[in-house]
Design a protein. Structure first.
Length: 412
């Protein structure tokens, strides 16, 4: 699966985005339920959670109405694959907390499925920085987090349900992941967020962009909501300072001791003069073509490295496979999966026929097809294999194709 920044932003163009929104103001893009259907589904979420050994109390967190659930209340002590003790989420305990309304946060998932990786790659290929992703699963009327800002740009991709976001007028000035910004209390945030700028309802297929530091909070409006928050961190001016620190290691002037201070005007003048000389040298280094070459490459290559594995091709045993290295394989064994785009849709009898109202127009169905269609529509998603098993009298592939063409289903 491959996506571009243009795909994510459509119908907004990348040129318009960079001119009017990037690092300037929030952007809500309405996309339609099918737009991000292939990025993540309930089926994939359950499969990921069932990979028990990859989750811990750090990678999987629960939050109930703004309060983190202590790990010991949803995890059990277990021995990891490396024989070290670990707090491992327990499905039964997690389910109990979900029943009470606890939100689930799945951290660092940006390479776990082809869909998740495709969005990450699209953001990074556009030169926006390093993209890291968390999945947020929440339930109606239960807020996980109070008003806050993030220390990176946020690209929220809504894949299930809908969520209401409060966008406030306040913005912290380019905060970074440092205790100076992370230690600010909620009282500070409540005051600094300012007045309400607007309330945005983000539905499945929508995208919400928030520049770094912009105050916001969100609440699920549908019975369930799933969005993926891609945190994108751009290279900073501080990165140049780190480069210069490495560079001045080879400058004798920066290795010399600073003038000793004895309280005299002469000593203070000597220190001021030395600082000015060092500052002048730093200014010269920022114009050094070699330093600028290294900096330009650093900015251009500022992204995470994920995927790209094709072992048979590496041995010369087989040609390179399309999409090699993407995570989340294995669905081929079950056939293509399809998710429902029109919750509540149902085939009903009209005289001698069965009819399903769909975005693309009414679909006429035979009685057996109507029964199979209603079975499909009662589930969040299904595969061709599952449909064939449940309704063997129906031509599964043909029915799925018709429903997808009508806009009721979308392949995942």
């Amino acid at each position: 699966m491959t996506l571009t920044l243009a795909d994510l932003l459509a119908p907004i163009t990348p040129e318009q985005f960079f001119a009017e929104y990037y690092d300037k103001q929030p952007l809500h893009v309405q996309g339609g339920a099918a737009k991000f259907a292939a990025v993540l589904s309930w089926r994939q979420i359950n499969r990921l959670l069932d990979q028990t050994h990859i989750w811990s109390s750090q990678s999987l967190k629960l939050v109930l109405d703004g309060t983190p659930v202590p790990p010991e209340q949803y995890c059990v002590r277990a021995t990891g694959r490396d024989n070290t003790p670990v707090q491992q989420p327990d499905a039964r305990m997690v389910a109990q907390w979900v029943g009470r309304g606890a939100s689930i946060v799945m951290n660092d998932v940006d390479s776990l499925t082809p869909g998740l990786a495709a969005v990450s790659d699209a953001l990074e290929e556009a030169g926006l920085g390093k993209a890291q992703a968390n999945v947020y699963i929440s339930w109606q009327s239960h807020k996980a987090f109070p008003s806050h800002f993030d220390t990176h740009d946020v690209w929220a991709v809504q894949v299930e349900g809908e969520k209401s976001w409060n966008i406030w007028e306040g913005r912290a000035e380019w905060p970074i992941a440092h205790p100076a910004f992370r230690s600010l209390g909620q009282a500070h945030h409540d005051q600094a967020k300012g007045k309400l700028r607007g309330k945005v309802t983000v539905k499945a297929g929508d995208l919400l962009y928030l520049p770094r530091g912009w105050y916001h909070d969100a609440l699920a409006e549908a019975p369930s909501s799933v969005h993926i928050a891609y945190g994108v961190s751009a290279p900073l001016g501080m990165d140049l300072m780190n480069m210069l620190l490495e560079r001045v290691l080879y400058e004798p002037a920066f290795r010399q001791p600073l003038p000793r201070q004895d309280g005299s005007a002469a000593a203070r003048f000597a220190l001021t003069s030395r600082a000015a000389q060092l500052g002048q040298r730093l200014s010269e280094l920022t114009r050094d073509p070699k330093v600028m070459e290294v900096l330009a490459k650093f900015v251009a290559d500022y992204r995470h490295r994920r995927g790209g594995n094709d072992l048979l091709a590496a041995r010369g045993i087989a040609p390179a496979a399309a999409g090699a290295g993407l995570a989340g394989g294995g669905a081929e064994a079950e056939g293509a999966a399809f998710r429902v785009l029109v919750p509540g849709a149902k085939a009903v009898r009209r005289g001698a026929e069965w009819v399903l109202k769909a975005p693309g127009g009414a679909v006429t169905l035979a009685p057996a097809e109507a029964e199979a269609a209603n079975w499909l529509l009662s589930r969040p998603d299904s595969t061709e294999t599952e449909l064939r098993s449940a309704h063997p009298a129906v031509e599964a592939a043909a029915l799925l194709r018709r429903l997808a063409q009508s806009g009721v289903l979308a392949p995942t």
